[in-house]
Design a protein. Structure first.
Length: 165
């Protein structure tokens, strides 16, 4: 298996990313988010996000198949000059195969003009938190509550990029 990471560009790649977003949302969150909210994350909604925000997205390809993606950009809190990992999703069949690491490294390169990168993660998503810690992120103490049919807590994590290496 050779995974290629590239900038998302073509309509086929946008559709592939939409399918990955929809499937991985279920795989990652069915046990963590209320069923009523999960039902709102339709394939059409994922297509809308993919088509509306195609920039700043790397996709992981196994041959011609999109198997994961990462979206990144400027940190959405304008008071802080930093980068942000907005979304990172990989198909469950590709867990443990280095795909997430490849995507994260591509985003680190794209965001290397920042000294810090932030992300938000569900407090109950232990697997994701462990992965982000492995990638150099630490919980910084900031939390927010999302109202998704029931209150759901997110934690903010930060990674300081070493500018000396």
């Amino acid at each position: 298996m050779v995974i290629t990471v590239k900038q998302m560009e073509t309509p086929e790649e946008i559709e592939g990313k939409s399918l990955v977003h929809w499937q991985t949302w279920r795989e990652a969150y069915d046990d963590l988010l209320p069923a009523e909210f999960q039902e709102t994350m339709t394939l059409e909604r994922c297509r809308f996000f993919s088509q509306k925000y195609p920039e700043n997205t790397f996709i992981a390809m196994d041959g011609m198949k999109v198997v994961g993606f990462i979206s990144y950009g400027n940190f959405r809190d304008k008071a802080i000059q930093a980068g942000e990992i907005i979304a990172l999703y990989v198909l469950k069949d590709y867990y443990g195969k280095g795909v997430s690491e490849q995507l994260m490294h591509a985003a680190f390169v794209a965001l290397d003009h920042f000294s810090e990168i932030y992300l938000w993660v569900l407090k109950e998503n232990k697997r994701a938190i462990a992965f982000y810690q492995k990638m150099g992120f630490t919980v910084d103490g900031q939390e927010k509550i999302l109202e998704l049919g029931k209150p759901v807590k997110e934690l903010r994590m930060v990674c300081s990029l070493n500018k000396d290496s």
